[in-house]
Design a protein. Structure first.
Length: 237
């Protein structure tokens, strides 16, 4: 994971980017103007800078040119702007920017740009990893036997969620359906979200994207279901 410096005069933008990138496992530092950005670039030597163009003191393109001319552009810089033009993007690229993101920045574009910027020059262009030979094993399957005839089922009216055979939870989970609907549904949803949290290394950003929920809704849902978020963070299940 990388150390990323976010430079933006808007508090809300800094907070949002910090939350998303921290959730992805990066170390994030924040600066609200060019003066702070200069100081933090010297002290932190970040792996990547996300730099807003329109700032009240010194604009982002001017700061980028300063770093470039002074031999301080030792890290990739992604420019951001809510009022950018093609000319601005081209100018920023000419003086060393690795990418240009237009606000409002979508989650997919942000993560793609960050991933691309952090690829070391010598690694660019390498072929992608070959896909799994057994794609069917990469998806959980829900099997329901109303008569409980399967040898792996706990009893009458039990459904079994088979976890995929890769990194992440592997044990079968049985759900007793002989109880109120809400209890059965909550048990299934808890296992569903725990499965995706483990699969995505605890990344709330990726789980929200995979499950189709807004991050705020997802947080509320996990809290309601009693899901242990700390247990599913990177480094342990």
């Amino acid at each position: 994971m990388a150390t990323i410096l976010v430079v933006d005069d808007e508090l809300g933008i800094r907070a949002l980017l910090s939350e998303i990138l921290t959730d992805e496992g990066h170390t994030v530092e924040l600066a609200e103007n060019a003066a702070q950005a200069r100081q933090m670039r010297e002290s932190l030597r970040p792996d990547l800078v996300l730099l807003d163009i329109w700032m009240p003191d010194v604009d982002g393109v001017t700061l980028l040119k300063e770093w470039n001319s002074g031999g301080q552009l030792t890290m990739p810089v992604i420019m951001m702007s809510g009022h950018g033009t093609i000319d601005t993007a081209v100018e920023a690229t000419k003086v060393g920017a690795s990418a240009f993101l237009e606000k409002p920045i979508t989650l997919q574009k942000l993560l793609r740009a960050v991933d691309q910027a952090l690829i070391k020059p010598g690694q660019r262009g390498l072929p992608a990893a070959a896909p799994s030979a057994a794609p069917a094993l990469n998806r959980p399957a829900l099997r329901y036997d109303p008569y409980g005839s399967g040898p792996d089922l706990a009893g009458v009216g039990t459904s079994t969620l088979l976890a995929p055979l890769h990194e992440g939870p592997r044990a079968e989970q049985s759900f007793d359906l002989d109880r109120p609907l809400r209890e059965a549904r909550d048990a299934f949803e808890k296992s569903y979200f725990e499965f995706h949290l483990a699969k995505e290394g605890g990344s709330m950003t990726r789980v929200a994207e995979k499950t189709g929920l807004e991050r705020t809704h997802l947080y509320r849902k996990l809290k309601q279901l009693g899901v242990d978020l700390a247990r599913n963070k990177r480094g342990g299940l």
